[in-house]
Ligand binder design. Sequence first.
Ligand SMILES: *[C@@H]1O[C@H](CO)[C@@H](O)[C@H](O)[C@H]1NC(C)=O
Ligand SMILES: *[C@@H]1O[C@H](CO)[C@@H](O)[C@H](O)[C@H]1NC(C)=O
Ligand SMILES: *[C@@H]1O[C@H](CO)[C@@H](O)[C@H](O)[C@H]1NC(C)=O
Ligand SMILES: *[C@@H]1O[C@H](CO)[C@@H](O)[C@H](O)[C@H]1NC(C)=O
Ligand SMILES: *[C@@H]1O[C@H](CO)[C@@H](O)[C@H](O)[C@H]1NC(C)=O
Ligand SMILES: *[C@@H]1O[C@H](CO)[C@@H](O)[C@H](O)[C@H]1NC(C)=O
Ligand SMILES: *[C@@H]1O[C@H](CO)[C@@H](O)[C@H](O)[C@H]1NC(C)=O
Length: 444
Amino acid sequence: MGLRFSFQVLLPIFLLLVTAATTCVSATYPMSMRFDRMETDSLGDLPPDFVAYNYTQTLDHFNYKPESYATFQQKYVMNFKYWGGPNTSSPIFVHAGAEVPVTWGIGGFIVDLASQFNGLLLFIEHRYYGDSMPFGSEEEAYQNASTLGYFSSTQALADYAQLITDVKKNLSAENCPVIAVGGSYGGMLASWLRLKYPHIVIGALASSAPILYFDDITPQNGYHVVVTKDFREYSESCYNTIKESWNEIDRVGAQTNGLVNLSSIFSTCSPLDSSHKLKRQLAVVYVVSAQYDNPPENWVSKVCSAIDGAPQGTDILGRVAAGLNASVFGGGPCNHISDFGLNNKSGWHWQDIKTVLKKFASNIIFSNGLRDPYSAGGVLQDISDSVVAIYTNEGAHGLDLGDSSPSDPDWLVAQKEKEIKIIQLWIAEYNARLSTKTGNRVGS
Ligand SMILES: *[C@@H]1O[C@H](CO)[C@@H](O)[C@H](O)[C@H]1NC(C)=O
Ligand SMILES: *[C@@H]1O[C@H](CO)[C@@H](O)[C@H](O)[C@H]1NC(C)=O
Ligand SMILES: *[C@@H]1O[C@H](CO)[C@@H](O)[C@H](O)[C@H]1NC(C)=O
Ligand SMILES: *[C@@H]1O[C@H](CO)[C@@H](O)[C@H](O)[C@H]1NC(C)=O
Ligand SMILES: *[C@@H]1O[C@H](CO)[C@@H](O)[C@H](O)[C@H]1NC(C)=O
Ligand SMILES: *[C@@H]1O[C@H](CO)[C@@H](O)[C@H](O)[C@H]1NC(C)=O
Ligand SMILES: *[C@@H]1O[C@H](CO)[C@@H](O)[C@H](O)[C@H]1NC(C)=O
């Protein structure tokens, strides 16, 4: 219901995939969040016309040891409302599930695409998220290195490839072209799916996918440079207040009963036990505000208006506290300070992606909004004729995958139209090739 694709709840689990730790990804913040549903527990509810299924998925796609043949139940969700059926070779739009339960990502631009192209909608949940837990439960699945060993994007891509193939077979839809769509980590998966399984996926729309965000390709601090730029562009005084607040928090926190004062200034729900936790929380507030600085909310301007607009004479901490209240995290009777513990585990390995894309990739749209800190690791230039970059200066994270709204600005409408045109071309090319191959006319 009017959900923006881009907001997905902040769970510590995100940090599993997005930590600074280990080898490659240097950004430390959750890539997707969904605040609008934090209060409800009806996360499993599906919109009309969407039905959930289970698929008996292979635990390990890359070994032939006896234990590799173990399976787990993988959740997927379909919507047949718009589908033209197998005989018209109507396309299948696959949402590449990311680091959240699949039910949170239902809706948005992909539904417009299905409606426009008579497409079947297939949303697949990523293993180790939501209901798609190997070993029967989350506790078991996350238990130790043996059980977590199957938690990797490589395995997840193989899951998607196998499930798509099986769904097509069951529907006698072998001839239907498949287009992968995803945002953020899901966008990376969508582009990798096209790259690794080109015979299964004819094209991919990868929104806000920081696939260049790996050591030696993008500067380590690229993400934070964009966060800073977003705030500074809005207001220099806001930027300065925030900049000075870090030392001020340390200074006050170090005094006798200073933590009590900080707890009171920031209206924390429970007393702070370190100023570090407060700083980390505020950092997350700024990062999330920048990452989701999309209309109509425009969180950077909300936070900065509160900081700049505090009554005259308000000191630095009072201003920053007002900013916290005005942020997406504020608005409650008190402010929760989360324990954003970092986790070491990460299964991400990718090298020299630009060369790989140039040599082996085709039919991928990389879409970005430059206000999104993750755009620092995004593809912002066309790599080839069919691996193209479509970005807006004004948008932030995952905006183009959201629901359409009459209030959408022109630049967003234009971005989506460009994407539709390209996808139309992929489908037309595919059908042309199919009809010469089979001698039949397909599509209409
Ligand atoms: C899928 O399997 C799980 C248990 O593995 C079960 O709880 C759930 O109801 C099943 N869902 C469907 C749609 O069959
Ligand atoms: C598709 O074509 C096959 C073979 O011609 C036919 O048996 C089937 O009924 C058709 N299916 C639909 C949904 O039209
Ligand atoms: C993980 O836990 C399982 C079940 O308790 C156990 O059999 C296995 O040996 C453990 N593996 C490691 C590496 O600790
Ligand atoms: C396809 O059909 C088989 C046999 O009914 C079933 O076991 C399998 O789960 C189906 N695959 C999907 C993806 O639904
Ligand atoms: C803490 O608050 C008390 C009472 O408002 C004030 O007297 C004291 O100076 C404050 N301490 C710091 C470190 O700000
Ligand atoms: C922040 O919100 C809390 C809870 O409504 C309120 O008590 C506090 O005064 C607010 N602080 C600022 C600086 O606006
Ligand atoms: C990473 O793991 C090691 C060993 O388990 C631990 O000592 C270290 O604190 C962890 N680092 C982070 C950032 O969690």
